[in-house]
Design a binder for this molecule. Structure first.
Ligand code: T3D
Length: 263
């Protein structure tokens, strides 16, 4: 598939996916969603891609749903936004969460609505100092979607999540870092290099092991300790059978750098 609203480049182990509708602050339309689904499937299947790096083109990361899209505009007949969520947004978030590779998000500018919640669904989030996060939904009478009502309270606590969702106030990248909403805020001109460095590092690590870590941490939100201990046992059993575990231990004993293959 040729892409018009995104760019995908896979090199040096890193799949770099760029949201690319800068004139509309990379807001989502139907075609962009279609391209994203195809691209995520491609990354998932590509063994050469050992980390996904998601970012936006231009001055914004993503302003959420394209509000000028006729398909979602309230006309004489109210649109079925539930259908739009089911077809586009839920598969996108599920796709990110289920991806076998770690997902780094480089938030290069404003992240609003579903754009903010797409970022929060990624594994490690870096943001430029000038970037911001806005739960813009309440400003137009909507409910945070794309996993926002799930991730936000878990990341920043119920009180902050409620106020952010009901007030739609802008959160600076620095505040987001202080609140633990994201991993790190970096200077604007360092974002691209820092995100690439991080993605390349992850791409050289034990990919299978990282996928198991992702699985365990995601499950922990819903598991009691007993169930989580059982899960850790099961996942460690799988990790212990990988090539990269054998290589990691050998490298340690031989006092050399490990050469991880990802399996
Ligand atoms: O509908 C469904 O399927 C349900 C799912 C919904 C998911 C959602 O994401 S709902 C939330 C939708 N998003 C928003 O409500 C955010 C709307 N945008 C804004 O509030 C502001 O643009 C920002 C705070 C993000 C940025 O403000 P600012 O001042 O930096 O930029 P701007 O001037 O407002 O925007 C720049 C351009 O991008 C402008 O176009 P122009 O005038 O230069 O031709 C603006 O219209 C366009 N733009 C920004 N956001 C959107 C957009 N165009 C379409 N849709 C947008 N969401």
């Amino acid at each position: 598939m040729a892409y018009e609203h995104i760019e995908l480049d896979i090199s040096a182990g890193v799949a770099r996916l760029t949201l690319n509708r800068p004139g509309n602050l990379n807001s989502f339309n139907g075609q962009m969603h279609e391209e994203l689904r195809e691209a995520l499937g491609r990354v998932d299947r590509d063994e050469a891609a050992r980390c996904l790096l998601l970012t936006g083109a231009g001055r914004g990361f993503c302003a959420g749903q394209d509000l000028s899209d006729p398909g979602v505009q309230p006309g004489d007949q109210a649109p079925d936004l539930g259908e739009s969520i089911e077809r586009n947004y839920n598969p996108l978030i599920r796709g990110i969460k289920a991806l076998q590779q770690p997902v780094v998000c480089a938030v290069n500018g404003v992240a609003a609505g579903a754009g903010a919640n797409l970022a929060l669904a990624c594994d490690i989030v870096l943001a430029a100092r000038s970037a911001s996060f806005i739960q813009a939904f309440c400003r137009i009478g909507l409910v945070p979607d794309s996993g926002g009502t799930w991730h936000l309270p878990r990341l920043v606590g119920h009180a902050r999540a409620t106020a952010l969702a009901m007030l739609g106030e802008k959160v600076s990248a620095e505040q987001a870092e202080r609140w633990g909403m994201i991993w790190k805020c970096v200077d604007d001109d360092a974002l691209a290099s820092e995100a690439t460095r991080l993605a390349r590092h992850l791409a050289s690590q034990p990919t299978r092991g990282l996928a198991l870590i992702k699985q365990a941490l995601q499950a922990s939100w819903n598991n009691p300790l007993e169930a989580q201990l059982d899960l850790e046992r099961d996942l460690q059993r799988i990790a212990g059978r990988t090539h990269d575990y054998r290589e990691g231990v050998a490298a340690f004993v031989e006092k050399r750098e490990p050469r991880f293959r990802g399996d």
